[in-house]
Write a protein that binds this ligand. Structure first.
Ligand code: MN
Ligand code: MN
Length: 317
């Protein structure tokens, strides 16, 4: 079943600090590559942060995440899953943004992901800020609204910023619900915390049926109980998984633009992903890693570890 072409470079053959860094040391198979049609899960860089409203930098995320991902090995330590043998995985390169235009970038990204869907390639994206998730969903949700499990400190459900701007990293899931890319009754947001502008996002969540699990409830109930409810909410139909690195406490993941204290540990950050196994995951992302604020590289390493966990879940359906 496993195709040797799609095998990552082993640290026994070439040390992990050597070579051109691709995601998890996978082959680089961009859309014009002859083997592109054989890719089943495409690891994509989305180097774009024009939706950022405060501290910028996630446009540099994919480069740093590729570098950190050379530390990722072949086998999951708990489940024994070997994702690179279970599916043809490849680094399919970056989706190119236009840093001078939000509307043009949204269109470019949407076209890129629509092509992946047409080729039956499921994307695992490294952002980029959280606005990246909107054109991803526009590209892959063509068969009808998806469910979503969303890890974040923030709902990203605001209507608009700065007097009517509809496209920021605080609004992607409001747009996605309005555009029927997501079914709000099958959306669950986990880890929400921090001071707020107002209640507008939470009012929308309640009115539309989005389940918001604040950090207090998450900590009181624990990972297994919360994730059992999340699985029940999304059910067996197709879903998207969106993971904002600011879900994790800034003690563990300081390199992000909008950190919120009082969050999950790095262990809990991985553990939540171990409850995604068997779900019908059509795509996933890890967003908001900002290298300029990641002075030790710890955030990027945790980010790629989360990506490996999500990849293991994606091959387990
Ligand atoms: Mn977010
Ligand atoms: Mn956030």
């Amino acid at each position: 079943m496993s195709d040797p072409f799609f095998t990552p470079v082993s640290g026994f053959d070439l040390p992990r600090f050597a070579g051109v860094p691709t995601f998890m040391r996978l082959p680089h198979v961009p859309p014009d590559h002859p083997r592109f049609g054989d890719v089943e899960i495409g690891l994509v860089g989305a180097p774009w942060d024009s939706g950022t409203t405060n501290r910028p930098g996630p446009r540099h995320g994919p480069r740093q995440l590729r570098d950190a991902s050379t530390m990722i090995r072949a086998e999951h330590p708990v489940t024994g899953i070997r994702p690179f043998e279970a599916a043809n995985c490849a680094d399919i390169g970056d989706v190119g943004p236009n840093p001078a235009s939000i509307p043009d970038t949204l269109d470019r990204f949407t076209a890129f992901y629509a092509n992946l869907k047409a080729q039956n390639i499921r994307p695992l994206t490294a952002g980029g800020d959280h606005l990246c998730s909107l054109p991803i969903l526009r590209g892959i949700a063509g068969d009808g609204p998806l469910g979503m499990i969303h890890f974040d400190s923030h709902t990203d459900l605001y209507h608009s910023y700065f007097g009517g701007e509809l496209y920021t990293h605080g609004t992607p899931f409001r747009r996605a619900i309005e555009e029927r890319l997501l079914d709000p009754a099958r959306v669950v947001q986990i880890g929400i915390r921090g001071t707020m502008y107002d209640h507008e996002d939470l009012d929308f969540a309640e009115k539309s049926g989005v389940r918001v699990i604040r950090i207090e409830e998450f900590m009181a109930r624990g990972v297994a109980d919360v994730m059992a409810e999340a699985r029940q909410i999304v059910g067996t139909s197709p879903i998207y998984v969106s993971y904002d690195i600011d879900f994790i406490d800034p003690a563990f993941a300081p390199g992000t633009g909008t950190p919120e204290v009082g969050g999950p540990t790095s262990f809990q950050a991985l553990d939540v992903c171990r409850h995604l196994h068997g779900l019908e995951i059509r795509g996933a992302d890890l967003v908001e890693v900002s290298p300029p604020f990641d002075q030790t590289g710890a955030t990027a390493f945790l980010g790629v570890s989360v990506m490996f966990e999500m990849l293991a879940a994606m091959v387990s359906a």
